[in-house]
Design a protein around this ligand. Structure first.
Ligand SMILES: CC(C)(COP(=O)(O)OP(=O)(O)OC[C@H]1O[C@@H](n2cnc3c(N)ncnc32)[C@H](O)[C@@H]1OP(=O)(O)O)[C@@H](O)C(=O)NCCC(=O)NCCS
Length: 205
């Protein structure tokens, strides 16, 4: 199973990178990062403490790709160039997705529990895209370079670009749509209480 997934990851490199030739893919830091994650994630899932995180930090040191051991990533995953990627603990990524360098799939800092994005199948995320919160991106979505998405959902078959992200293509037609805000079931939202040191003290008179 794990080796089939790795095989699909290798195929994804050749499918998505015209520069990939013969065994050069073995040099790709993005490949090293996902290869390691394929072995680290099961350790995290069975509840081994400390070591999955240790291994992922070692991989981060060498590749500049930080994938939290808890992140769920489907087969056929390709990270082009590698550097600067952050994928949070509760991020979920479907099959055949591509991430370019400097992509963040992060939290807002306000949510607990499921706090990172859920990405569908066949999603391309351009360089520098920042995607924050437990939002949902559908299947067959192109996210442009430097796009910013904060707690908004992107439907299937779309292109979204800009800061903040605007849907510019949907089902093959040109559009200009503001994405819908992410609505979470109230019982899953856990807003972190502000810590006392963040409270602004009343000025002394
Ligand atoms: C978004 C992207 C995937 C293209 O998807 P697409 O569905 O083919 O979209 P289109 O090229 O038809 O573009 C749709 C519209 O968005 C605009 N657009 C595309 N990418 C954009 C971006 N990153 N930022 C702002 N606008 C963008 C296009 O100009 C076009 O505008 P128009 O309709 O007014 O002409 C691609 O433009 C992109 O950003 N890829 C990332 C590649 C990358 O990161 N490369 C790094 C290599 S080192």
């Amino acid at each position: 199973m794990i080796f089939k997934t790795i095989y699909e990851d290798v195929r994804a490199i050749f499918r998505n990178d015209p520069a990939a030739k013969n065994i050069e893919f073995l040099l790709y830091p993005g490949f090293h990062a996902i290869l390691a994650h394929r072995f680290i994630h099961p350790l995290y899932k069975i509840g081994i403490p400390f070591f999955p995180r240790l291994f992922s930090q070692i991989v981060r040191f060498f590749t500049m790709v930080e994938i939290h051991p808890g992140a769920t990533i489907g087969r056929g995953f390709f990270i082009d160039h590698g550097a600067g990627i952050v994928i949070g603990e509760t991020a979920e990524i479907g099959t055949n997705c591509v991430l370019f360098h400097n992509v963040t799939l992060g939290g807002t800092g306000k949510h607990a529990g499921k706090r990172h994005p859920t990405i569908g199948n066949n999603v391309i995320i351009g360089t520098g895209a920042i995607i924050l919160g437990p939002l949902r991106v559908g299947n067959n979505v192109n996210i442009g370079a430097n796009t910013f998405l904060y707690m908004v959902d992107i439907p299937n078959n779309c292109t979204v670009v800009g800061t903040p992200g605007v849907i510019t293509r949907m089902n093959g037609r040109q559009v200009h749509l503001k994405p819908e805000k992410t609505i979470l079931p109230s019982n899953t939202i856990v807003e972190k209480a502000p810590s006392p040191e963040h409270e602004i003290a009343a000025p002394e008179i």
